[in-house]
Design a protein around this ligand. Structure first.
Ligand SMILES: Nc1ncnc2c1ncn2[C@@H]1O[C@H](COP(=O)(O)OP(=O)(O)O)[C@@H](O)[C@H]1O
Ligand SMILES: [Mg+2]
Ligand SMILES: [Zn+2]
Length: 453
């Protein structure tokens, strides 16, 4: 059997009920007029029950955009489908129930119904990976580390990429995992985008149809290139980690341990905010606008103190070079951490600001940026394209002196200057200043120049 249009490849079980209803209409079991203008999506079990499918949200969005007014979905997908405004959602539990609806007959009684299918998708053995929803983390857990906390705050406020290096045990993972606690909830449009991606990926938490928090996605360093940027075997294209982290954070812990090519594959989505996957049938695109956070030990032996390191210089160099120059060039904030002192670990508790306090400043800074950027498609400083930045957002000459000097000395590239300027705006926003001053630019420069051994 072929489905119109035949030139478009189709996959999965999404079309089961549409096919079933078309056959029933052809057999005159239902009137073809009763299904006119209906969108039907869902998988059909052999017992006639309707099973949940991934990708309901984008399917319903597309139907609404195509002018369709009613969509029939498996009951377990109803909450997700109802996120789309201006379209009537008709949830059904079985083909039988749908038949009754189409024939204007009373619905089947409970006894006639097959047992309710679970919300989980029919992809056997593949339990959906829910986006991280830990709520027990707080910045107060971190003692000392003032600079690293400040870098987290700047990253959260402006969406700037971040790299923590330093010896094992100094708190890199701990700090990175607390970045989401500083970020404001997603705005409605972003929430819908994020939810649509997770709907396609089958990673929507069943009890929470709309994702409202920025995702935090931390793939293990054994992840394949396809798992990171997306892809998959044959015609089945799956969004990768870069898309699951859309509008949130992609955290690559132990960055140099990732397989060859994986880190460099991040450059294209980092530049374009979306990922392009080539297939015989053409190019697929998934949104991929994320904040990248990297963490790394300075060498593979993971000695806690440099003097205990047993790595030959060549080995160390090879290890650090795995986070390549071109990738480092795209990271705004680079920080080399040292372990918190014993005094800090013991006494700093009462001075440590909570996530709530910092998140408040982040929100204020973001509101400032949104106001300044009103009338543009950008919401955060990190999104402002280079030419636009240079035309409209270059601070006065006096403040730019340090940056100009670095440019002349060749320690700062043109791309670097753009990144430094964006971060300087975020630092000014956090301080409630109209425009970055020389201190803000100096601070941004220092973070840009952070060492990676
Ligand atoms: N500044 C700190 N404040 C509180 N605990 C810390 C700090 N630094 C390290 N720790 C403790 O050390 C453990 C290891 O930290 P971790 O973030 O895993 O280090 P890294 O990722 O740099 O190897 C943490 O779970 C925490 O218990
Ligand atoms: Mg770690
Ligand atoms: Zn070593």
């Amino acid at each position: 059997m072929s489905l119109f249009p035949a030139s478009l490849p189709k996959k999965g079980s999404t079309f089961d009920i549409a096919i079933a209803v078309a056959l029933l209409a052809a057999a005159e079991a239902v009137s073809p007029f009763s299904c006119a203008g209906l969108t039907l999506v869902g998988e059909l079990g052999l017992d006639g029950r309707m099973r949940a499918i991934p990708g309901v949200l984008p399917a319903v969005l597309a139907s609404a955009n195509a002018g369709c007014q009613t969509v029939v979905v498996p009951r377990a997908n109803a909450a997700e489908a109802r996120l789309v405004p201006d379209i009537e959602v008709v949830p059904v539990a079985s083909l039988r129930e749908l038949l009754c609806l189409l024939r204007d007959e009373p619905p089947p009684t409970e006894d006639d119904q097959p047992e309710q299918a679970s919300t989980h998708y029919g992809m056997d053995g593949l339990a959906p990976r829910c986006p991280d929803r830990r709520t027990d983390l707080d910045l107060t857990d971190v003692r000392g580390q003032a600079e690293a906390r400040r870098a987290l705050e700047i990253s959260a406020a402006g969406g700037h990429h971040l790299f923590f290096s330093g010896p094992p045990g100094c708190g890199k993972t701990m700090l990175a995992e607390r970045l989401p606690t500083l970020m404001p909830p997603l705005e409605p449009e972003a929430a819908l985008e994020v939810t649509a991606i997770h709907s396609v990926a089958g990673t929507l938490p069943p009890d929470q149809p709309m994702i409202t928090k920025p995702p935090f996605h931390a793939p293990h360093h054994t992840a394949t290139r396809a798992a990171i940027v997306g892809g998959g075997s044959g015609r089945v294209l799956q969004p990768g980690a870069v898309s699951l982290a859309h509008r949130g954070i992609l955290f690559l812990d132990e960055a140099p341990e990732f397989q060859g090519g994986v880190l460099d594959a991040l450059r294209q989505p980092l530049e374009e905010g979306e990922v392009r996957l080539s297939r015989v049938e053409g190019t697929a695109r998934f949104p991929a606008r994320f904040t990248l956070v990297l963490a790394a030990n300075p060498c593979p032996c993971a000695a806690a103190k440099q003097m205990d390191c047993s790595c030959a210089p060549g080995i160390r160099r090879k290890y650090t070079s795995r986070v390549s120059g071109p990738l480092l060039d795209r990271i705004d904030l680079k920080l080399e951490l040292t372990p918190a002192s014993r005094a800090e670990l013991r006494y700093d508790l009462e001075f440590a600001e909570s996530s709530e306090v910092v998140a408040e400043r982040v929100l204020n800074a973001r509101e400032r940026a949104v106001k300044r950027l009103s009338g543009t498609p950008w919401r955060t400083n990190s999104e402002i394209p280079g030419p636009e930045l240079r035309r409209h957002f270059t601070p006065s000459g006096e403040a730019m002196r340090a940056a100009d000097e670095a440019l002349q000395k060749g320690t700062l590239s043109a791309r670097g200057l753009d990144r430094v300027l964006r971060v300087a705006w975020t630092i000014a926003d956090l301080a409630d200043r109209e425009e970055p001053g020389d201190d803000d630019i100096g601070g941004a420069l220092a973070l840009w120049n952070g060492r990676w051994t």
